[in-house]
Design a protein around this ligand. Structure first.
Ligand code: ADP
Ligand code: MG
Length: 295
């Protein structure tokens, strides 16, 4: 996506919010979520309207990694869908540089998705069972970047190596059912990276994976952010996992932000009762230690 920002004036990735040092420099706009509310109307057996997201505001600066944490039903996915442009806010606005996300239609959305990509919870559902890994990952390279089939395949191999599927020749011809859950999620991440996006929204990317595979995917996201200067919105119900990949977190309860701050600080000194309950509800092996090594 082209940015109207003057590259010289753009903040380098990682400059905001204690982001990683040494990330490659690129002129990337911030994503601004401005007083966004989403109300689902009463319909069918549901007698009253549901306010899934209630006046939420935050900014993802270039290179920053923000965690959006809340229990099931707190409005996380609704917010993710609005940021990805698949749903519109009832009120409020989402902007990425000069782009007003809720005003985008087919072509504008396509262009926006060069910059902002999603990784969903279910890697099996996200992949077409009839498509090989090479086909899945090469599609955006051909569609968005206009690469020839040969060049796209070279890029597929690079991307597979980047996400830890090596040697790539071994994975390129496989179908989703021939891969483990963790490998499938790595393919989804490779596809998300294919058009060189600036922001990845990962909605519960590890919650359907075996516990033993989760740390590896989280470390992959953290590494991609560091090496590529990617911004990340990491969505989870597991506050402790947010520590592996985020600098700041927002805690969402019934659609409202009840607490926000530096991830470490919020975890050590949670202020809101809801955050305290979320912390009590999770227990993972990396609770009190440094992020686990990549698998
Ligand atoms: P989370 O991802 O945190 O589990 P969601 O954003 O999926 O939360 O849901 C937030 C609230 O909005 C829930 O009460 C849910 O039932 C409701 N909701 C989500 N999607 C829809 C929809 N398409 N129609 C009506 N209600 C919805
Ligand atoms: Mg959800």
């Amino acid at each position: 996506m082209t940015s109207e920002l003057d590259p010289a004036a753009a903040r380098p990735p990682g400059a905001a919010d204690g982001g990683p040092a040494g990330a490659p420099s690129r002129a990337v706009p911030a994503l601004v979520v401005d007083a966004v509310t989403k109300t689902y109307a009463a319909r069918g057996r549901r007698k009253s309207a549901v306010t899934a997201v209630d006046h939420v505001s935050f900014t993802i600066e270039p290179g920053a990694a923000i965690g959006l944490v809340g229990a099931s039903g707190s409005g996380k996915s609704t917010l993710a869908k609005m940021i990805s442009g698949s749903q519109r806010p009832t009120t409020g606005s989402i902007r990425f540089g000069d782009t007003v996300v809720e005003s985008l239609h087919a072509r504008g959305l396509r262009e926006y998705h060069r910059s902002v990509q999603m990784v969903f919870q279910d890697p099996y559902g996200a992949l077409n069972p009839l498509h090989t890994v090479a086909y899945t990952v090469s599609r955006p390279c051909q569609n968005f970047l206009g690469l020839s089939a040969t060049k796209a395949l070279d890029r597929v191999h690079e991307l597979l190596e980047t996400v830890g599927l090596a040697p790539p020749e071994q994975f390129a011809a496989k179908l989703p059912h021939q891969l483990s859950g963790g490998q499938r999620q790595r393919v989804v991440v490779a596809r998300a990276l294919a058009c060189d996006p600036e922001l990845i929204i990962a909605d519960e990317p590890v919650s359907m994976l075996d516990v033993s595979l989760r740390a590896g995917i989280l470390r992959l996201l953290a590494r991609l952010r560091e090496q590529r200067g990617l911004s990340l919105l990491y969505i989870t119900h597991d506050l402790l996992s947010a520590r592996v990949v985020t600098d700041q977190i927002l805690v969402l309860n019934k659609g409202r932000v009840v607490e926000r701050g530096q991830t470490k600080h919020v975890m050590q000194h949670p202020q809101d009762d809801y955050t305290i309950r979320l912390l009590d509800a999770v227990a993972t092996p990396y609770a009190a230690q440094e992020p686990p090594p990549a698998s």
